[in-house]
Structures are given as structure tokens and as C-alpha cells.
Design a protein around this ligand. Sequence first.
Ligand SMILES: C[S@@+](CC[C@H](N)C(=O)[O-])C[C@H]1O[C@@H](n2cnc3c(N)ncnc32)[C@H](O)[C@@H]1O
Length: 218
Amino acid sequence: MKNDRGWLPGQRDVDWIAELGRPIEPALAAIEAAALPERIPIVDRDSGRVLSALAAGRRRIVEVGTAYGYSTLWLALGQPADGTIVTIDPDRSRTDLARGWWRQAGIADERITVITAKALEAFEGEEPALAGPFDLAFIDALKPEYGAYLDALVPRLAPGALVIADNVLWSGRVADPADQETNTAALRAFDRRVLGDARFRATILPVGDGLLIAGFRG
Ligand SMILES: C[S@@+](CC[C@H](N)C(=O)[O-])C[C@H]1O[C@@H](n2cnc3c(N)ncnc32)[C@H](O)[C@@H]1O
């Protein structure tokens, strides 16, 4: 337990942690620079570092919501060198660009399979790449669908798999009971459900926009 119970990590702590980390891959910096002017919502760099650390030893990963492949690349860089990722996004104009940045980072094409579809439709289809079992699932697409993504993912998880979801604090709105906006309410229900689900040991890291981390007990 911390000595000063009133202390909360601030920007100085975050900057210090970033300073300690190894320099960021140029391809990750290139994606950040491309995403910003286009307003493509990607995970925070701090969340990326968490994803990379949690990907260690996880050979088979599935991701819902690729965009420019920023979180995909953090995951791929943390995985074993023979690890694979299946990532789903209906927007091919984004994922075609993502492939270029993955190549720039030295990730072989065979390691990352892109499914160009809406995730719930892809899960309902016969797509062999989505058969599982997966060691890690990362959710970062439509907020009202998070619960349905989880339902589709559970039968595809290996025992001990991790489920991670981004935006689960939604810039502080989820913890504000007065905020009943659709995305906020969906994320609040998702958080409550997963943290109360006996099949998982779950918590939320107040990193970036809030990262839910759930260990699947099988
Ligand atoms: C928040 S972005 C993903 C960002 C990415 N995970 C990252 O951090 O680099 C959400 C993505 O979900 C995609 N998306 C929208 N509807 C979707 C659906 N039904 N299934 C899967 N992905 C969807 C969007 O095209 C968008 O690229």
C-alpha cells in the first residue's frame, strides 16, 4: 500500500515511466503522426506499452477494431516471434495502410491476418482464422457491441487467456452516474458485467482511456 494515500499518479510519473522505456519503434511513431490529423482513434501510447507487455508468451491473438494497426503493432512486437494476430475491421482503406506500417516494423505478412468485415458478422460466419483458441483478445471497436463481442469470443478463448478492452473509463464518463449517453451506458454495463463474471478475474487499469484486463479461468 502506498505511504501517501492521497497520492494519485500524475503527468510527471507518466513522463518518467515513458523515459525509462525503450525508444518507440519508428513505425509506431509514424502511425501516431498519421492518425492524429485524420482523427483516427487509436489507443494511448501508455496503453500500447501495456498491450505489448501482456502479449508476451501469447502466440494467438484476436483483435476487434484495427484502424491503422497501432494496437496491432504493439501486440505483435510483444508477442513471441512466431506469434500470430487475427484482426477485424470493415474499413479496408485503414487496414491497407496498417499493413505498410507493420511491414516497416519488420512484421512478416503471415503473422497478421486482417478480416475485412463487421466483427459480429465475421464471428457468425465460418471464417477459419477466427476458430481459435486464442491466448489474448483485444476489444476496441463499437462501444455498444462490446458485450456481444465478448459473447462471441468466450468460446474461442484458451484457458488462461486474457481479454483486454479499451475505453472502459471513457474519459471519466463511465464513473459518472449522471451520464446516460449510449456509449457511456454500454461501457458501464460491460464493465459491471465482466468484473462480476465468475469466469474471469478482472480489473480496470486507469491507463489511457481505461483498460479492462480479464483473465479467463476457462
Ligand atoms: C478505435 S478504432 C481501433 C483502434 C485500434 N485498436 C488502435 O488502437 O490502433 C475502432 C475501429 O473499429 C472499426 N469498426 C467499426 N465498426 C466495426 C465493427 N462492426 N466491427 C469491427 N470493427 C469495427 C472502425 O473502422 C475503426 O477503425
